[in-house]
Design a protein around this ligand. Structure first.
Ligand SMILES: Nc1ncnc2c1ncn2[C@@H]1O[C@H](COP(=O)(O)OP(=O)(O)OP(=O)(O)O)[C@@H](O)[C@H]1O
Ligand SMILES: CC(C)(CO)[C@@H](O)C(=O)[O-]
Ligand code: BAL
Length: 291
């Protein structure tokens, strides 16, 4: 694996592969890798001739009071993991490589990006859409891999690619979890031992939503209330977003009926934000499918 930090060098390295007609898969990350990231790498490795991973802690997607400075970083360890995963090129630019001048251009999805996690992180998704567009322009991948853990991010990227006709296939990868069900996340290292134990409540919340829906509840607000009550049983949990939405448009649903619904969660433990979600297929939808 070759580590490259400049746009020009990466473009030059990829040019011969592109000329030879080889397919290129891109795995964008912010580093401090875990098994969730490595699942993205595994998928990319199995579906492409050339695999590029990127590590860039993107300042554009952090709010002024967020954890940009203390975001966990360990490039040497990440390089070993990516090399072992069969990655061909690691693109690890500095801020001045990615943004030699302050960015004047922004890719924004004002509606999708201001909902849910966007409502508590204003500007975050414009920062994500902008850097992902720039990474797509630099690498020009055939396929790009994103985790379903960041479900809103995945849907925003899918919509951006469609709206702007960006020539890339977006591949969503199911969430990889720790033994107690908590979704793997770089920020899990921020959790104290007590918070980490308490965080096991988060993956139980979609089970509760599923149970309530299976018991016949059709009012989304009632299901959200039940999930909030479950999370409230854990004093360290501070739920900021508990929402049932349409999985594609992320719009609120009036009634749980025959269509799948997305439960999206954003729960804080101390300063740490944890995400989870599940697309729940109501029983009636399952029957509808079979019929
Ligand atoms: N547990 C996971 N399973 C599958 N994909 C994941 C998982 N965690 C992260 N990813 C995906 O890896 C990519 C890079 O994510 P990122 O580097 O921000 O890691 P992260 O663990 O989500 O970090 P953070 O804790 O800062 O949110 C994203 O597409 C993200 O959805
Ligand atoms: C997609 C991404 C690499 C853009 O900075 C980031 O938001 C992430 O790691 O999920
Ligand atoms: N994993 C999403 C990136 C972020 O929280 O900034």
């Amino acid at each position: 694996m070759k580590t490259i930090s400049t746009i020009a060098e990466l473009r030059a390295a990829l040019a011969e592969h592109r000329r030879a007609g080889r397919s290129i898969g891109l795995v964008p990350t912010m580093g401090y890798l875990h098994v969730g990231h490595m699942e993205l790498v595994r998928r990319a490795r199995s579906e492409n001739d050339v695999v590029v991973a990127s590590i860039f802690v993107n300042p554009l997607q952090f709010g002024p009071k967020e954890d940009l400075a203390k975001y966990p970083r360990d490039l040497a360890r990440d390089e070993k993991m990516l090399a072992a995963g069969g990655v061909d090129f690691l693109f690890a630019p500095g801020v001045s490589d990615m943004y030699p001048r302050p960015m004047e251009t922004v890719v924004d999805l004002p509606k999708l990006g201001s909902e849910l996690e966007g409502s508590v992180r204003p500007g975050h998704f414009a920062g994500v859409a902008t850097v992902v567009t720039k990474l797509f322009n630099i690498v020009q991948p055939d396929r790009a891999y994103f985790g379903e853990k960041d479900f809103q991010q995945l849907q925003i990227i899918r919509r951006m690619v469609e709206d702007l006709a960006q020539p890339v296939s977006v591949v969503g990868v199911p969430t990889v979890r720790e033994a107690d069900g908590l979704a793997c996340s770089s920020r899990n290292v921020y959790l104290t031992a007590d918070e980490r134990r308490a965080a096991a409540i988060v993956p139980k919340a979609p089970d509760e939503a599923e149970r309530l829906i299976a018991s016949g509840l059709t009012d989304p607000a009632a299901v959200e209330k039940g999930v909030i009550e479950l999370l409230a049983s854990e004093p360290l949990a501070r739920p900021e977003v508990v929402a049932l939405r349409d999985p594609e448009t992320l719009e609120p649903v009036n009634e749980i009926g025959e269509k799948p619904v997305l439960l999206l969660l954003f729960v804080r433990f101390g300063m740490t934000k944890l995400l989870d979600n599940r697309v729940i297929v109501p029983k009636s939808a399952r029957f509808a499918k079979v019929a």
